[in-house]
Design a protein around this ligand. Structure first.
Ligand SMILES: C[S@@+](CC[C@H](N)C(=O)[O-])C[C@H]1O[C@@H](n2cnc3c(N)ncnc32)[C@H](O)[C@@H]1O
Length: 306
């Protein structure tokens, strides 16, 4: 049985900044210690230096009135998002990426896609949209007056045209791995990349519902494998990854798994405590995560195809 971990609460951002970034700057080490703080993200991010984070990956509240948020008029919500996104842009590395994962705001049955509504905020800050990734999943509410929603999106923005991008790190098996050119100068040679194919901008990962191995008390966690794909492709070892709406620390875990520095904050102490426990479990090898590349369960196949 693990001891309860009390999450730290920021009450002196400047002292925190001094402890996080003593001079000379901290060197990367093999034994990375994530920084996970129970605080408002604006307070926490003000403690981070300019240009520090190679990847900022997050899923903000959707203004739906979940346990951890209060519903506000849409214009107020967007104004608040604009403030947070501007601060993210300040701490973003010049070769860095922001991945903003959102779904729909829903009012009186009318849906408003938050990626579309936040698009001008990022664009006005000079960021460049590289992909609008569709994350497809199998489980969710069954709607009666419209089609059931089975995807959300991740808008991938970069600070500049010179951005870190490691496609080989996230290739997936080709459909026809041994296929060869049958004519022309390359006849007989493999027609596809032997490392696999580009995973495309439509990703299928199970969302974290009750039977998912990563499920905690949080109502809407990232699957770790989804963040791993972003970390591997958009950062190098030792880079800093930040999640300003960290929840139970799924982004932190994905970053640590691949030897990146991890930073995160959340306003709910219970989630920060769970994040600390998950990191501890990851360190001692007991954290259950769904491995990247595991096929989606298919009830039509023996053993679900696993
Ligand atoms: C959609 S959830 C993110 C879950 C996370 N991706 C995970 O895997 O656990 C949004 C989170 O933002 C947190 N939150 C809401 N407002 C915040 C704020 N101003 N600063 C920091 N966290 C906030 C909520 O407590 C909630 O855990």
């Amino acid at each position: 049985m693990m001891d309860a971990i009390i999450p730290p609460v920021i009450n002196d951002p400047e002292a925190l900044a001094r402890s996080l970034f003593p001079k000379p700057p901290r060197k990367h080490s093999d034994n990375r210690v994530p920084v996970m703080v129970c605080a408002e993200n604006m307070t926490f991010m003000r403690t981070l230096p300019d240009n520090h984070c190679k990847l900022i990956v997050t899923s903000p509240p959707y203004n739906l009135g979940k346990d951890y948020e209060s519903r506000t008029p849409l214009a107020d919500y967007l104004a608040q998002q604009a403030e947070v996104i501007a601060e993210c842009a300040r701490v973003l590395h010049p070769q860095g990426s922001i991945c903003w994962q959102v779904g729909n705001y829903v009012a009186n049955g009318e849906i408003m896609p938050l990626d579309t509504l936040t698009y001008p905020i990022f664009r006005d800050l000079g960021l460049k949209l590289r992909n609008r990734i569709v994350w497809h999943f199998g489980h969710g509410l069954h709607c009666t007056r419209r089609l059931s929603g089975r995807y959300e999106t991740i808008n991938w923005w970069t600070a500049s045209d010179d951005y870190t991008w490691n496609l080989d790190a996230i290739r997936v098996p080709s459909k026809y791995p041994g296929k060869k050119h049958f004519k022309g100068p390359n006849a007989g040679k493999l027609s596809g990349n032997p490392l696999g194919k580009n995973p495309s901008d439509v990703w299928e990962f199970p969302n974290v519902k009750s039977n998912h191995p990563e499920k905690t008390s949080h109502p809407c966690q990232f699957p770790v494998e989804l963040v791993e794909r972003l970390v591997l492709s958009m950062t190098d070892e030792g880079d800093a990854v930040l999640d300003p709406y960290m929840g139970v620390g799924s982004s932190v875990i994905a970053a640590l798994m691949h030897d990146r520095d991890a930073f995160g904050c959340d306003v709910v102490p219970e989630y920060v405590e769970t994040a600390n426990q998950r990191v501890e479990q990851w360190r001692n090898g007991t954290l259950r995560t769904r491995p990247m590349g595991k096929p989606i369960y298919n009830p039509a196949l023996p053993n679900g195809g696993h």
